[in-house]
Design a protein around this ligand. Structure first.
Ligand SMILES: Cc1ncc(COP(=O)(O)O)c(C=O)c1O
Length: 386
């Protein structure tokens, strides 16, 4: 840790986020704020559209730059990343490439799955899939439970890197080891960790990893990424497919179903082009600051949050140790409706994100210790009122 300041120029980066003039955004687990650079990227698309009509080559170049930026963030090669439109779509196309009518027809998933991922696996019960659910125990998922559920019939193990409810992180390396010992694939939903927790797909040894751009990656909805390990991609043939998943999308032969020789076979229709302009600008910010520096600073912010929560009598849901979580700290709202608490905090200029019985305070690189002090103070005041 660097003491009470980050390794980067906090003031300079804050000047690039206009929303900070009015709000303390602590809702990065839902949507991070617009930056000057993401706005400029959107305007680049809109301006070219107006000046040039259609600029297909520039668009495709931007899609490739965006793919490369995400690949670099997770230590993958550019061909190991598919561009898709949501984590839901990514999960559904993976499911469409698996064969659930043989003996290896089981899916191991946990209670920490974002509902969309659970729903895709459950929808595949129609195709013969059997979903084995690992329960949440003590407000987190215990890695040993995976060992008890994975067996030779498991086709895929689905794990959320960070739980959307309270940010608790799963030991993906251990889950990969347990899965591969039994010959199962590992699918990781990294939406809650991408951009704020270091991800190295090689070190984690995962087969597939999906994330969208809306949260800590500083982007917008409508674009998501999916890493597929090269050797795994070669064996999967998603029936949820489209022309961009072909060897040459511009071959224009409707009877030729040739699969791109990499994760690109999971691309489908015309990619989300404007979203890619914005997403790349966001990922470039994360890479320029450096994911390790971001993790270091957000750990300090989380530690301060825990300290203030204790001092103010706020109850934390899930593990308290910041190292075991994304920057999201979930505070119980007791008898209060969490959505009303979110609204009241917004009126006070603090943006948080309600989920069930908690509000989540999820700082990012641009937040300050004063943001944390002010937000927790106001939250405690609201929760003390009847
Ligand atoms: C962990 C996680 N996975 C998936 C999603 C939803 O993904 P999408 O809307 O891109 O399908 C979210 C949040 O919106 C999430 O927090």
């Amino acid at each position: 840790m660097s003491g009470s300041t980050p390794f980067f120029d906090l003031a300079a980066w804050r000047a690039e986020i206009p929303l900070l003039e009015q709000f303390i955004p602590l809702n990065n687990c839902s949507h991070s704020p617009r930056t000057v650079r993401t706005e400029a990227a959107a305007e680049r698309y809109l301006g070219d559209w107006n000046r040039k009509g259609m600029d297909w080559d520039a668009w495709m170049g931007e899609i490739e730059s965006c793919r490369a930026a995400f690949a670099a963030l997770i230590n993958a090669s550019v061909d190991e990343v598919a561009i898709t439109t949501s984590v839901s779509a990514a999960t559904a196309s993976v499911a469409s490439s698996l064969n659930f009518d043989g003996t290896r027809n089981r899916v191991v998933a946990s209670g920490a799955e974002f509902p969309t991922v659970g729903h895709v696996w459950k929808a595949n019960e129609r195709n013969g899939a059997i979903v084995d659910w690992i329960p949440v125990r003590g407000e987190e998922v215990i890695v040993d439970d995976y060992a008890n559920h994975i067996n030779e019939q498991t086709a895929v193990v689905s794990a959320a890197h960070g739980w959307y409810q309270n940010g608790s992180l799963q030991d993906i390396e251990a889950i990969s080891r347990l899965s591969h010992e039994k010959g199962a694939l590992v699918f990781v939903d990294a939406y809650q960790s991408a951009g704020v927790v270091p991800i190295d797909v090689k070190k984690m040894d995962v087969d597939i990893l999906a994330a969208g751009a809306l949260k800590y990656l500083l982007g917008i909805p409508g674009i998501a990424f999916m890493y597929v390990r090269q050797e795994v991609a070669e064996k999967l043939h998603p029936t949820s497919t489209g022309w961009f998943g072909r060897v040459d999308p511009f071959a224009f032969d409707e009877k030729l179903l040739d699969w791109a020789p990499s994760a690109r076979r999971f691309d489908t229709g015309t990619p989300p082009i404007m979203n890619a302009y914005i997403a790349r600008a966001g990922i470039d910010i994360i890479r320029q600051i450096g994911i390790e520096a971001i993790r270091d600073w957000t750990l300090q912010l989380s530690a301060r949050l825990v300290e203030r929560a204790h001092a103010l009598g706020l109850q934390i849901h899930g593990p308290e140790d910041p190292q075991r979580r994304t920057p999201s700290t979930a505070i119980r709202c007791g008898d209060h409706d969490s959505h009303e608490v979110e609204v009241k905090l917004r009126e006070q200029g603090v943006l948080v994100s309600a989920r069930g019985p908690v509000v989540r305070l999820a700082p990012h690189f641009y937040n300050t210790l004063e943001d944390i002090d002010s937000a927790t103070e106001q939250l405690a005041r609201i929760l003390r009122s009847s």
